[in-house]
Design a protein around this ligand. Sequence first.
Ligand code: 99T
Length: 209
Amino acid sequence: MPSKNMTLFYSPASPFARKVLVLLHETGQLPTVELFDVQLSPVSPSGEVIARNPAGKIPALELANGDTLHDSRVILDYLDHQHSGEPLIPRDGANRWKRLSLASLADAVLDAAILIRYETFLRPEDLHWPTWLNAQQDKIERVLAELETQADTGQLQCFDIASISIACALGYLDFRQPQLDWRNRFPRLASWYAEASQRGSMLDSQPPA
Ligand code: 99T
């Protein structure tokens, strides 16, 4: 059993941390990481996290030498260099930039969904701004339309950085926006996700019920 030589500051609700957990699982590195569960939001930060990442965000990965890596993209890149299997982030060539751009689209869904979450959950109700909320929701809808095309053209067959990011983004939409009903509008993406979400790495990192 490999010794745990890294600590991941995370929360089971965080889709950004989930990407890291999924990559750790897919690459067999889960046993090397201690999980440190933190509760935080922009208005109630965690001192433990701030001590390691002044931005106060998770995931943050503390290495054996005391250095801390953030954000999720940097952590994923680092961890993908720590295993000897097939890389989940293509190392070079056109495919690298294609897959990273696709992963970035998934992160854009997450950024918009988290802005919506903070606006609706943290901000006093009388200060909610519908125009802002609708603009973020439109962003999500536009990206899902593009991901539907990607699913339809077989671009999500390989479970790499792009697919991991997309699967975690869809999981977060189901978690925080269960009413969204995206499956009806994006059936190819839905059928891809039905399969992807059954992988051991996805099942083991589900957000809280
Ligand atoms: O913004 C804050 O101060 C606290 N929020 C976070 O740390 C969120 C947790 S997801 N993480 C990020 O925003 C990380 C984004 C970064 N670009 C990355 O790591 O890729 C919490 C979601 C929820 O509770 O619903």
